[in-house]
Write a protein that binds this ligand. Structure first.
Ligand SMILES: NC(=O)c1ccc[n+]([C@@H]2O[C@H](COP(=O)([O-])OP(=O)(O)OC[C@H]3O[C@@H](n4cnc5c(N)ncnc54)[C@H](OP(=O)(O)O)[C@@H]3O)[C@@H](O)[C@H]2O)c1
Length: 253
Protein backbone atom coordinates (compact mmCIF):
# COMPACT_ATOMS: atom_id res chain seq x y z
CA UNK A 1 0.00 0.00 0.00
CA UNK A 2 1.46 3.40 -0.96
CA UNK A 3 1.69 6.26 1.57
CA UNK A 4 -1.06 8.01 -0.40
CA UNK A 5 -3.36 4.98 -0.19
CA UNK A 6 -2.88 4.85 3.57
CA UNK A 7 -4.74 8.16 3.88
CA UNK A 8 -7.69 6.84 1.92
CA UNK A 9 -10.57 5.72 4.05
CA UNK A 10 -13.37 3.26 3.45
CA UNK A 11 -16.63 4.95 4.40
CA UNK A 12 -20.23 3.74 4.57
CA UNK A 13 -22.91 6.46 4.37
CA UNK A 14 -26.62 5.76 4.83
CA UNK A 15 -29.31 8.04 3.44
CA UNK A 16 -27.01 9.01 0.59
CA UNK A 17 -29.56 9.20 -2.24
CA UNK A 18 -30.29 12.89 -1.56
CA UNK A 19 -29.64 15.88 0.67
CA UNK A 20 -26.95 15.78 3.31
CA UNK A 21 -25.96 12.14 2.73
CA UNK A 22 -25.42 12.72 -0.97
CA UNK A 23 -23.35 15.85 -0.27
CA UNK A 24 -21.26 13.94 2.27
CA UNK A 25 -20.66 11.12 -0.21
CA UNK A 26 -19.48 13.57 -2.90
CA UNK A 27 -17.35 15.41 -0.38
CA UNK A 28 -15.52 12.26 0.75
CA UNK A 29 -15.12 11.08 -2.85
CA UNK A 30 -13.44 14.36 -3.78
CA UNK A 31 -10.79 13.78 -1.14
CA UNK A 32 -10.01 10.38 -2.66
CA UNK A 33 -11.78 8.00 -0.30
CA UNK A 34 -13.64 4.79 -1.09
CA UNK A 35 -17.33 5.32 -0.40
CA UNK A 36 -20.15 2.81 -0.07
CA UNK A 37 -23.61 4.39 -0.08
CA UNK A 38 -27.01 3.11 1.00
CA UNK A 39 -30.65 4.22 0.78
CA UNK A 40 -33.86 2.80 -0.67
CA UNK A 41 -33.86 4.58 -4.06
CA UNK A 42 -31.63 2.32 -6.13
CA UNK A 43 -31.99 4.53 -9.23
CA UNK A 44 -30.30 7.48 -7.51
CA UNK A 45 -27.56 5.27 -6.07
CA UNK A 46 -26.91 3.66 -9.49
CA UNK A 47 -26.63 7.11 -11.05
CA UNK A 48 -24.03 8.05 -8.44
CA UNK A 49 -22.14 4.81 -9.09
CA UNK A 50 -22.03 5.61 -12.81
CA UNK A 51 -20.44 8.99 -11.99
CA UNK A 52 -17.77 7.48 -9.72
CA UNK A 53 -17.35 3.86 -10.91
CA UNK A 54 -13.94 3.28 -9.33
CA UNK A 55 -14.44 4.86 -5.93
CA UNK A 56 -18.14 4.35 -5.14
CA UNK A 57 -20.46 1.38 -4.85
CA UNK A 58 -23.89 0.98 -3.33
CA UNK A 59 -26.01 -1.37 -1.28
CA UNK A 60 -29.76 -0.75 -1.30
CA UNK A 61 -31.01 -0.75 2.30
CA UNK A 62 -34.40 0.10 3.74
CA UNK A 63 -33.46 0.74 7.38
CA UNK A 64 -37.00 -0.05 8.54
CA UNK A 65 -36.64 -3.69 7.42
CA UNK A 66 -35.32 -5.89 10.19
CA UNK A 67 -35.31 -8.82 7.73
CA UNK A 68 -32.74 -7.03 5.52
CA UNK A 69 -30.12 -6.50 8.23
CA UNK A 70 -28.27 -9.80 7.72
CA UNK A 71 -28.15 -9.57 3.90
CA UNK A 72 -26.99 -5.93 3.98
CA UNK A 73 -24.31 -6.86 6.54
CA UNK A 74 -23.13 -9.68 4.24
CA UNK A 75 -23.17 -7.33 1.22
CA UNK A 76 -21.08 -4.75 3.08
CA UNK A 77 -18.61 -7.39 4.25
CA UNK A 78 -18.37 -8.72 0.69
CA UNK A 79 -17.34 -5.25 -0.48
CA UNK A 80 -14.75 -4.52 2.18
CA UNK A 81 -12.86 -6.23 4.99
CA UNK A 82 -12.43 -3.03 6.94
CA UNK A 83 -14.44 0.11 7.58
CA UNK A 84 -12.83 3.32 8.81
CA UNK A 85 -15.94 5.42 9.09
CA UNK A 86 -19.71 4.83 9.13
CA UNK A 87 -21.97 7.88 8.83
CA UNK A 88 -25.49 6.83 9.79
CA UNK A 89 -27.53 9.63 8.30
CA UNK A 90 -30.76 8.07 6.92
CA UNK A 91 -33.70 9.94 8.36
CA UNK A 92 -37.16 11.32 7.89
CA UNK A 93 -39.42 13.96 9.42
CA UNK A 94 -43.18 14.13 9.92
CA UNK A 95 -44.90 16.81 11.95
CA UNK A 96 -47.81 16.18 14.31
CA UNK A 97 -51.09 18.00 13.80
CA UNK A 98 -52.43 18.01 17.35
CA UNK A 99 -55.99 18.87 16.22
CA UNK A 100 -56.20 15.88 13.89
CA UNK A 101 -53.43 13.62 15.16
CA UNK A 102 -52.07 10.81 13.02
CA UNK A 103 -50.59 8.80 15.88
CA UNK A 104 -49.08 6.35 13.40
CA UNK A 105 -46.43 8.88 12.49
CA UNK A 106 -44.61 8.20 15.78
CA UNK A 107 -44.02 4.61 14.67
CA UNK A 108 -43.03 5.61 11.12
CA UNK A 109 -40.55 8.27 12.23
CA UNK A 110 -39.13 6.08 14.96
CA UNK A 111 -38.65 3.13 12.60
CA UNK A 112 -36.46 5.24 10.30
CA UNK A 113 -34.65 7.60 12.65
CA UNK A 114 -34.11 5.50 15.75
CA UNK A 115 -34.63 1.82 14.92
CA UNK A 116 -33.10 2.50 11.49
CA UNK A 117 -29.95 3.66 13.24
CA UNK A 118 -29.97 0.63 15.53
CA UNK A 119 -30.23 -1.65 12.44
CA UNK A 120 -27.47 0.27 10.66
CA UNK A 121 -25.23 -0.16 13.71
CA UNK A 122 -25.95 -3.91 13.61
CA UNK A 123 -24.81 -3.92 9.97
CA UNK A 124 -21.52 -2.08 10.39
CA UNK A 125 -20.34 -2.76 13.94
CA UNK A 126 -18.41 -6.01 13.25
CA UNK A 127 -16.41 -4.26 10.52
CA UNK A 128 -15.79 -1.18 12.67
CA UNK A 129 -14.57 -3.39 15.50
CA UNK A 130 -12.26 -5.21 13.10
CA UNK A 131 -10.70 -1.92 11.94
CA UNK A 132 -8.22 -0.06 14.11
CA UNK A 133 -9.04 3.54 14.95
CA UNK A 134 -12.51 3.36 13.36
CA UNK A 135 -15.33 5.86 13.82
CA UNK A 136 -19.11 5.59 14.01
CA UNK A 137 -21.01 8.83 13.41
CA UNK A 138 -24.75 9.30 13.77
CA UNK A 139 -26.87 12.23 12.60
CA UNK A 140 -29.24 13.62 15.22
CA UNK A 141 -30.54 17.22 15.08
CA UNK A 142 -30.40 20.61 16.79
CA UNK A 143 -34.09 19.96 17.43
CA UNK A 144 -33.03 18.04 20.54
CA UNK A 145 -31.66 21.23 22.14
CA UNK A 146 -35.09 22.82 22.78
CA UNK A 147 -38.73 21.97 22.13
CA UNK A 148 -40.22 22.95 18.77
CA UNK A 149 -43.91 22.90 17.90
CA UNK A 150 -45.23 19.82 16.03
CA UNK A 151 -41.89 18.05 16.54
CA UNK A 152 -43.01 15.54 19.16
CA UNK A 153 -42.14 12.48 17.05
CA UNK A 154 -39.13 13.86 15.15
CA UNK A 155 -37.52 15.48 18.21
CA UNK A 156 -38.05 12.42 20.40
CA UNK A 157 -36.52 10.11 17.78
CA UNK A 158 -33.48 12.37 17.44
CA UNK A 159 -33.11 12.67 21.23
CA UNK A 160 -33.15 8.86 21.35
CA UNK A 161 -30.43 8.78 18.69
CA UNK A 162 -28.31 11.18 20.71
CA UNK A 163 -28.59 9.09 23.87
CA UNK A 164 -27.97 5.87 21.95
CA UNK A 165 -24.71 7.28 20.59
CA UNK A 166 -23.59 8.69 23.96
CA UNK A 167 -24.11 5.34 25.60
CA UNK A 168 -22.52 3.43 22.72
CA UNK A 169 -19.43 5.64 22.99
CA UNK A 170 -18.85 4.35 26.50
CA UNK A 171 -19.37 0.72 25.54
CA UNK A 172 -17.19 0.84 22.43
CA UNK A 173 -14.22 2.61 24.04
CA UNK A 174 -12.39 -0.68 24.74
CA UNK A 175 -12.87 -1.70 21.10
CA UNK A 176 -11.12 1.42 19.78
CA UNK A 177 -14.26 2.56 17.97
CA UNK A 178 -14.88 6.31 18.39
CA UNK A 179 -18.51 7.47 18.38
CA UNK A 180 -19.73 10.96 17.45
CA UNK A 181 -23.10 12.61 17.26
CA UNK A 182 -23.88 15.36 14.73
CA UNK A 183 -26.59 17.92 15.50
CA UNK A 184 -27.28 19.87 12.31
CA UNK A 185 -29.38 23.00 12.16
CA UNK A 186 -31.49 23.68 9.07
CA UNK A 187 -30.09 22.39 5.78
CA UNK A 188 -31.72 23.03 2.41
CA UNK A 189 -32.65 19.46 1.37
CA UNK A 190 -35.78 17.68 0.11
CA UNK A 191 -36.62 17.08 3.79
CA UNK A 192 -36.86 20.79 4.60
CA UNK A 193 -38.02 22.00 1.18
CA UNK A 194 -41.55 21.00 2.17
CA UNK A 195 -41.46 23.09 5.39
CA UNK A 196 -43.77 26.12 5.42
CA UNK A 197 -42.04 28.00 8.23
CA UNK A 198 -38.95 30.19 8.58
CA UNK A 199 -35.72 28.22 8.95
CA UNK A 200 -33.11 30.51 10.53
CA UNK A 201 -29.48 30.20 9.42
CA UNK A 202 -30.35 27.58 6.77
CA UNK A 203 -27.33 26.39 4.76
CA UNK A 204 -26.65 24.27 1.68
CA UNK A 205 -25.96 20.53 2.00
CA UNK A 206 -22.45 21.18 0.65
CA UNK A 207 -21.70 23.74 3.39
CA UNK A 208 -23.05 21.31 5.99
CA UNK A 209 -21.00 18.40 4.59
CA UNK A 210 -17.84 20.50 4.72
CA UNK A 211 -18.41 21.38 8.39
CA UNK A 212 -19.28 17.81 9.33
CA UNK A 213 -16.19 16.44 7.57
CA UNK A 214 -13.98 18.80 9.61
CA UNK A 215 -15.68 17.80 12.88
CA UNK A 216 -15.34 14.11 12.03
CA UNK A 217 -11.64 14.56 11.25
CA UNK A 218 -11.21 16.06 14.74
CA UNK A 219 -13.26 13.22 16.25
CA UNK A 220 -15.42 15.59 18.28
CA UNK A 221 -17.88 13.81 20.62
CA UNK A 222 -20.76 15.99 19.59
CA UNK A 223 -20.91 18.61 16.86
CA UNK A 224 -23.81 21.07 16.81
CA UNK A 225 -23.92 23.65 14.03
CA UNK A 226 -24.38 26.43 13.05
CA UNK A 227 -23.14 28.03 16.25
CA UNK A 228 -25.64 30.91 15.92
CA UNK A 229 -28.51 28.45 16.21
CA UNK A 230 -26.79 26.64 19.11
CA UNK A 231 -26.57 30.01 20.90
CA UNK A 232 -30.29 30.69 20.41
CA UNK A 233 -31.17 27.23 21.71
CA UNK A 234 -28.84 27.62 24.70
CA UNK A 235 -30.82 30.75 25.57
CA UNK A 236 -34.02 28.74 25.20
CA UNK A 237 -32.74 26.31 27.82
CA UNK A 238 -31.68 29.17 30.11
CA UNK A 239 -35.02 30.97 29.79
CA UNK A 240 -37.64 28.24 29.20
CA UNK A 241 -40.61 30.48 30.06
CA UNK A 242 -39.55 33.01 27.45
CA UNK A 243 -39.08 30.23 24.87
CA UNK A 244 -42.56 28.96 25.73
CA UNK A 245 -44.06 32.45 25.37
CA UNK A 246 -42.63 33.04 21.90
CA UNK A 247 -42.95 29.52 20.55
CA UNK A 248 -46.18 28.08 21.86
CA UNK A 249 -48.77 27.66 19.19
CA UNK A 250 -51.62 30.10 18.77
CA UNK A 251 -55.01 28.43 18.49
CA UNK A 252 -56.44 28.85 15.00
CA UNK A 253 -60.22 29.17 15.32
N1 LIG B 1 -32.29 19.02 6.49
C1 LIG B 1 -32.20 19.47 7.75
O1 LIG B 1 -32.46 20.63 8.04
C2 LIG B 1 -31.79 18.53 8.85
C3 LIG B 1 -31.57 19.08 10.13
C4 LIG B 1 -31.19 18.24 11.16
C5 LIG B 1 -30.99 16.90 10.91
N2 LIG B 1 -31.20 16.39 9.67
C6 LIG B 1 -30.99 14.97 9.46
O2 LIG B 1 -30.10 14.77 8.39
C7 LIG B 1 -30.34 13.50 7.81
C8 LIG B 1 -30.42 13.65 6.30
O3 LIG B 1 -31.59 14.36 5.98
P1 LIG B 1 -31.72 15.31 4.72
O4 LIG B 1 -32.09 16.64 5.22
O5 LIG B 1 -30.55 15.17 3.84
O6 LIG B 1 -33.04 14.72 4.03
P2 LIG B 1 -33.29 13.93 2.68
O7 LIG B 1 -32.71 14.64 1.52
O8 LIG B 1 -34.75 13.63 2.68
O9 LIG B 1 -32.45 12.59 2.89
C9 LIG B 1 -32.88 11.56 3.70
C10 LIG B 1 -32.12 10.32 3.28
O10 LIG B 1 -32.55 9.24 4.13
C11 LIG B 1 -32.93 8.16 3.32
N3 LIG B 1 -34.01 7.39 3.92
C12 LIG B 1 -35.24 7.81 4.30
N4 LIG B 1 -35.97 6.78 4.73
C13 LIG B 1 -35.17 5.67 4.62
C14 LIG B 1 -35.37 4.30 4.88
N5 LIG B 1 -36.53 3.81 5.34
N6 LIG B 1 -34.35 3.45 4.65
C15 LIG B 1 -33.17 3.91 4.17
N7 LIG B 1 -32.93 5.19 3.90
C16 LIG B 1 -33.93 6.06 4.11
C17 LIG B 1 -33.39 8.78 1.99
O11 LIG B 1 -33.20 7.86 0.93
P3 LIG B 1 -34.34 6.99 0.23
O12 LIG B 1 -35.59 7.81 0.20
O13 LIG B 1 -33.75 6.69 -1.11
O14 LIG B 1 -34.44 5.76 1.07
C18 LIG B 1 -32.40 9.93 1.84
O15 LIG B 1 -31.23 9.48 1.22
C19 LIG B 1 -31.62 12.98 8.46
O16 LIG B 1 -31.29 12.07 9.48
C20 LIG B 1 -32.25 14.23 9.04
O17 LIG B 1 -33.10 13.97 10.12
C21 LIG B 1 -31.59 17.17 8.63
Amino acid sequence: MSAQDEHKKTIWITGASSGLGLALAKHYLLSGNKVIVSARREGSLKQLERLYPDELSFIAFDVTKESDVESVKEALEAKTQHLDLAILNAGTCEYLDIDEPDWGLFERVNQVNYMGMVRSIQVCLPLLKATSNSHLVGVSSQAVQAPFIRSEAYGASKAAVRYLLESLRLDLAPDDVAVSCILPGFIDTPLTQRNDFDMPFIMSPEQAAQRIEKAIAKRVYEYAFPKRLSAVLAMARLFPKLWFKYNSRERSE
